[in-house]
Design a protein around this ligand. Structure first.
Ligand code: FES
Length: 570
């Protein structure tokens, strides 16, 4: 029988076991009354100097600790593998599921009653939340906050400009020297990317789900209020332990519906889809890819933020933050959802107020009428593919064009700027084998750059289709997450250069205009390239990763194993 607080199964024990558990904690100079009988709060830290977006987390953890101590708990900080989006090869996404396992096992194996997840850079949020959901002890998320807005020659810049600037250099509109100047002004402070990319979308996601305190999403990393929020979260997790308020109480089906609608209204990242599906799978809430479309279909874009709009996360905070956005959406949200502070969403939004209509517009005067995620179906993506309509070009929303196929990312890199490549803006660029199994790890290459010769003519968008992902900061008429991916067989594996592809966003279809018998013949003749990955984590990944339409989690990680550890080696 488990004790009232699970940490007492360690520190409350008598005899040899209790001696060992307590004595080694005391070697840190901690008297036993500090951790006996008090809620032990784990602070799960993704600090790393190799994850620049999370490099300020040791400082942030100190604020959490102050809050935990103030509320009568005992904080213990522990590291987990960190995922730095910019530095990790071949792609940080390959390791999301690995980190979720690290988090799950670290929480369960240790004398922890509640946990604070310190999340920032893109994958750290879903990875930590997935792991915590599979244990289901009281949990609160503290995000690291966005960087200050970047500056270049008097202009505001953010991560989205990387794609523009590098295209400008390729087309001769910008010099390397100017690019260096932009590089120096891009990341002006601690924090994660300052646009509504994946990290910001994830920070908004946890706030919309109710698993963080209100205001978590937008406070800049270097604003003193970020530390205040961290301290308040430290205080609150102690109360959550006493109230036994678990993720499963907060992360209900209604909370997931709220998160989908909020992501639409803010123009959130396409990566939101894959991560939310994985989190839902862990906490046991049924959710399908189609619902990202049906739940957001009439949701306008009311946050004017890059990459779909003009402003940055800092501006969102000054304009009232995510609570102001959610207040605008109130009639569309389930306001009875319980959140981490123990109050309903409705109660949390009472004092929320939008104070800059340029940044947060009203529902009746949206920044863009169309938002959310479009889920496409058709013979090219039987199980679905996604597209962000607010980032797509109007004239390409219904388009038929001949495919120019790249078999993998290396093939694309080798040929895209070849002057002999037969391509014009009416073509559809197709990139295969960048899916979960095929790459492996599903990198963010879906918004592949256009051929140099097309850019030089001032063309900035073409229809692009892949089984990979796109950075949340990317834009364009880009179809992503094609399922089944090329490496899993299916029609996407057998698309050939010259085939006609028909994209119809209003009608949610993506089809290959090739007769069915021809497709069947191609699939019969198709020989997949055997993987050369025979060991290690990457092998485990290729054997067990599910398709993007299911969240790309491992098949054996669905659900959870709870918090009870029935065996004890001491
Ligand atoms: Fe970390 Fe963008 S690179 S959030």
């Amino acid at each position: 029988m488990e004790n009232e607080m699970r940490s007492q199964n360690w520190f409350g024990k008598k005899g040899k076991d209790g001696f060992i558990y307590r004595a080694w904690m005391r070697n840190q100079g901690i008297p036993s009354h500090e951790f006996q009988g008090k809620p032990i709060i784990g602070i799960c830290n993704t600090w790393s100097e190799l994850t620049p977006c999370n490099a300020h987390f040791r400082d942030l953890a100190e604020s959490v600790k102050r809050g935990v101590l103030e509320a009568g708990g005992f904080p213990v900080e522990f590291p987990v593998m960190s995922l730095g989006e910019t530095l990790m090869k071949p792609t940080a996404m390959l390791f999301r599921n690995l980190v979720s396992m690290d988090v799950e096992e670290s929480i369960r194996a240790n004398p922890i009653d509640g946990v604070v997840l310190l999340c920032g850079c893109d994958k750290t949020t879903p990875a930590l939340l997935m792991g915590a959901c599979s244990v289901n002890i009281p949990t609160i998320v503290v995000s690291g906050g966005p960087m200050l807005t970047g500056k270049y020659r008097g202009r505001n810049i953010g991560t989205t400009d990387i794609w523009r600037f590098t295209d400008h250099v390729r087309s001769g509109l910008m010099t390397e020297e100017e690019l260096n100047l932009a590089e120096a002004g891009m990341c002006r402070s601690q924090g994660h990317c300052a646009v509504m990319g994946t990290a910001s979308s994830m920070a908004c996601m946890v706030e919309a789900l109710g698993i963080s305190l209100p205001e978590n999403a937008a406070i800049p990393a270097v604003d003193s209020n970020r530390k205040v929020l961290a301290q308040l979260s430290g205080m609150r997790i102690v109360e959550m332990v006493k109230e036994k308020l678990k993720p499963s109480d907060i992360l209900t089906r209604k909370a997931f519906e709220n998160a989908i609608k909020v992501n639409a209204a803010i123009g959130g990242s396409t990566n939101f889809v894959i991560h939310l599906l994985a989190i839902a799978g862990r906490i046991g809430v049924p959710l399908t890819i189609d619902e990202f479309d049906t739940l957001s279909v009439n949701m306008p874009l009311i946050a004017n933020l890059q990459p779909s709009g003009q402003y940055f996360m800092e501006d969102l905070y000054y304009a009232g933050g995510l609570p102001a956005v959610m207040k605008e959406l109130a009639g569309h949200l389930h306001e009875d959802c319980i959140t981490a502070n123990g109050k309903t969403l409705k109660a949390n939004l009472v004092s929320a107020q939008g104070i800059n209509p340029d940044v947060i517009t009203g529902m009746s005067t949206p920044f863009k009428a169309e938002s959310g995620i479009v889920v496409l179906k058709g013979n090219l993506c039987v199980n679905g593919a996604i597209l962000k309509p607010s980032a797509a070009s109007e004239h390409l929303k219904k388009h038929a064009g001949k495919a120019v196929v790249f078999e993998n990312i290396e093939d694309y890199k080798n040929r895209i700027d070849d002057p002999e490549l037969e391509v014009d803006e009416s073509n559809v660029l197709v990139l295969k084998n960048v899916g979960p199994k095929g790459y492996p790890g599903m990198p963010e290459v879906g918004n592949m750059g256009l051929p140099k010769k097309i850019l030089a003519r001032g063309i900035t968008d073409m229809v692009r289709i892949s089984d990979g992902r796109m950075s949340g900061t990317g834009f364009g008429t880009v179809v992503l997450h094609v399922s089944p991916e090329a490496a899993a067989g299916g029609n996407f594996a057998v698309v050939k250069t010259g085939d006609t592809i028909e994209l119809d966003i209003p009608n949610r279809t993506l089809n290959l205009a090739v007769p069915e018998d021809e497709l069947e013949a191609r699939k019969k003749a198709f020989v997949s390239v055997p993987s050369d990955i025979a060991r290690g984590y990457a092998y485990l990944y290729t054997q067990h990763v599910e398709q993007a339409c299911l969240g790309a989690d491992f098949d054996f990680l669905k659900g959870g194993s709870g918090s009870v550890v029935s065996r004890d080696s001491h």
